[in-house]
Design a protein around this ligand. Structure first.
Ligand code: HEM
Length: 64
């Protein structure tokens, strides 16, 4: 869960969606948040897949 209003929740998000966002940041197709671009550039293909799978399997939090 994002701890600030402008940070997104990743838990329970779709795996395919998360992996696409990380690859888009890494390849420069999504560039609106530079820290995310820098983080994604450190990730290998395998890490993108495993991180995305990890977050997608975390139980969906209750709506606040
Ligand atoms: C383990 C490290 C991180 C991972 C795996 C990660 C992953 C992601 C992903 C998958 C998205 C896309 C979410 C979506 O489209 O709904 C995202 C967006 C975002 N992340 Fe991270 N993130 C990480 C660290 C951080 C850090 C350290 C910050 C703060 C500096 C941050 C701030 C943001 C923000 C603000 C967005 C949304 C940007 C926008 O407005 O579109 N993230 N992150």
């Amino acid at each position: 869960m994002g701890t600030a209003d402008f940070n997104p929740n990743l838990a329970c998000q779709k795996q395919v969606y998360l992996a696409k966002q990380l690859r888009d940041y890494r390849e420069g197709r999504r560039s609106n948040h530079i820290p995310m671009v820098n983080i994604a550039k450190m990730l290998t293909e395998e890490e993108v897949d495993s991180i995305s799978q990890y977050y997608s399997k975390i139980n969906c939090p209750k709506k606040q």
